[in-house]
Design a protein around this ligand. Structure first.
Ligand SMILES: Cc1cc2nc3c(=O)[nH]c(=O)nc-3n(C[C@H](O)[C@H](O)[C@H](O)COP(=O)(O)OP(=O)(O)OC[C@H]3O[C@@H](n4cnc5c(N)ncnc54)[C@H](O)[C@@H]3O)c2cc1C
Length: 511
């Protein structure tokens, strides 16, 4: 009846009893233990052994009460549980747990869009809502708002993405700055509404974030202190007009100056969003490695440079979309043009912009139209291996060059190319490098593991910590932060989840 991986320290008899109780609470069909049923929860893309992330089963919750019951049984039997919202954390561990022997708590069945207020541009959603469902809901009702979503498009969802501090591309693209109010089930089964959700009917729940007293919402992000069952979102008001532009550069130093300039444009509210990519970051979505090179190891820089030159692709490109009235957009475009030209970049709009598939993709990301364009990345090499290496750094030219060069050198040394995107915040960037490898090749997978480890450690030494990482590297990433911070996390964990049942190992946190 049971799968071969038992939760750590739990006997087969106790586990079978717990399974019986889960079935009583959720219904037989919502408790999965057969290997073929839980296979989808153990599929990972990262360079790690599947056995290190093998769940013991999956529990399909359909209500807050289901979540409460699951946590009650988990506490009784000391069975750990790994919550997922839509479970599409591709390149970070997908739906699999950080350590083997956890039950995945799958909340895809809790997928109600409870409310969208088009006046305040807010939404209240359950964990299982996908970006596609959210966008369809908005479009079907012709609402005057846009959702912000990651480049993985409609498959994933706002609750999981926001809790993992994911990134989107319109005015509300920093998702953790654009949620408002949570409902959380604590490990002891209590249901807490944060912010203004715990007063009256929650009239101000989605419009005022801070509530009264300590602001606790941050405790539930990238953490294992509760299970989030509702989240408020801030959507973007659809602008009367928008216009996208690109900027190209052909060397790292000029691009880095451009990134610093983008921060200045954001600090002065001229620009509201932006992404910068190395040429390879765009190329991998539409081409195969064999279209460019068929030798071993990383494609040499000279080969890539010739390919870009022959195809008229700049070595680095920024994409942004300006929002406002026609007049506002025209003024801001003029300011941006002059600013970016002063960094040695060339600005392109209109036909030149539309000629680039990459530019069109980013424009859709910035204007409420999710798509799966970036999944083309997985045809570049083939073999299904991918891990996002994602340090955060200040938006200064000096740091951009340092972080880019350090990461690229390590990727190349291990035989991998380094497609890098910089997701532009106001004062910071997330540098995301897609480590693509053939996961069917054990030697290459091991090399990818070594590469990721070295990149993480080297960037931490430079002061650039991962803003988020995959389940195989959570302990290592945590260790690059201070002992005092780790102790605080441990104390919080012990106090809120004394049996350590919620997602042990998430962000390197255990009881
Ligand atoms: C081609 C491609 C492009 C991508 N582009 C981006 C991008 O632009 N930006 C970006 O951010 N990501 C990107 N990703 C990564 C990933 O696909 C997204 O971040 C995605 O939104 C995460 O999956 P999810 O929304 O299903 O979250 P989930 O997998 O459901 O959740 C993520 C994690 O949050 C925790 N969690 C989830 N739900 C709960 C809950 N209810 N309570 C407590 N903890 C919970 C769990 O630890 C879980 O593992 C990309 C991936 C691919 C393949």
């Amino acid at each position: 009846m049971t799968n071969s991986v038992l939760p750590k320290g739990v006997s087969k008899e106790a586990f079978d009893k717990a399974i019986g109780e889960y079935k009583e609470a959720l219904g037989n069909e919502n408790v999965l233990v057969a290997p073929e049923k839980i296979a989808p929860y153990s599929k990972i893309m990262i360079p790690a052994e599947n056995s290190q992330h093998q769940p013991s089963g999956a529990l399909l919750a359909r209500s807050v009460k289901d979540v409460q019951e699951v946590l009650g049984i988990c506490n009784k039997y000391r069975i750990p549980v790994w919550p997922i919202s839509t479970g599409r954390n591709f390149g970070y561990g997908t739906a699999a747990p950080a350590t083997p022997g956890q039950m995945v708590l799958d909340m895809r069945g809790m997928n109600k869009i409870i409310e969208i207020d088009p006046v305040l541009c807010t939404a209240l959603v359950e964990p299982g809502v996908t970006y596609k469902e959210l966008v369809d809901y908005i479009n079907e009702r012709n609402l005057d708002v846009w959702a912000s979503f990651p480049s993985s498009g409609g498959l994933a969802g706002p609750v999981g993405n926001t809790l993992d501090r994911g990134v989107g591309y319109n005015r509300a693209g920093e998702h953790f700055s654009n949620f408002c109010g949570l409902e959380v089930v604590l490990a002891n089964g209590e249901v807490v509404r944060t912010g203004m959700g715990s007063i009256g009917k929650g009239e101000t729940w989605q419009s005022y974030r801070w509530g009264y007293g300590p602001w606790v919402d941050g405790l539930f992000s990238q953490s294992n202190l509760g299970v989030v069952t509702k989240m408020g979102l801030w959507l973007m008001k659809k602008p009367p007009h928008y216009e996208s532009f690109g900027v190209g550069w052909n060397d790292v130093e000029s691009m880095a100056k451009g990134v610093e300039m983008a921060s200045r444009m954001r600090l002065s509210a001229v620009m509201e969003n932006g992404v910068v990519g190395s040429a390879l970051y765009g190329v991998i979505s539409t081409k195969k490695r064999s279209d460019i090179y068929d030798g071993p190891g990383a494609i040499p820089d000279a080969v890539l440079a010739k390919y870009y030159k022959d195809h008229g692709i700049p070595q680095f490109a920024l994409f942004s979309t300006l929002y406002g009235t026609k007049e506002q957009v025209a003024v801001n475009l003029k300011i941006c043009r002059e600013a970016f030209e002063s960094t040695g970049g060339f600005v392109f709009t209109g036909e030149a912009f539309n000629a680039s598939p990459d530019a069109r993709h980013w424009q859709r990301m910035m204007t409420g139209r999710p798509e799966l364009h970036e999944f083309g990345n997985y045809n570049f090499i083939g073999g299904g291996g991918s891990a996002w290496f994602a340090p955060a750094l200040p938006a200064r030219a000096y740091d951009v060059v340092r972080c880019y060069n350090a990461t690229k050198e390590i990727f190349n040394k291990h035989g991998f190319n380094c497609p890098i995107g910089f997701l532009l915040g106001v004062r910071h960037l997330e540098q995301v490098a897609d480590l693509l490898f053939d996961r069917t090749n054990p030697e290459e997978t091991q090399r990818a593991h070594a590469c990721f480890k070295e990149a993480l450690e080297a960037n931490a030494k430079l002061g650039y910590g991962c803003y988020r990482t995959n389940i195989a590297f959570m302990d290592l990433a945590a260790k690059t932060y201070s002992k005092e911070l780790r102790n605080l996390n441990k104390r919080l964990k012990r106090s809120l989840d004394p049996n350590g049942i919620i997602a042990p190992g998430k962000s390197g946190i255990y009881i």
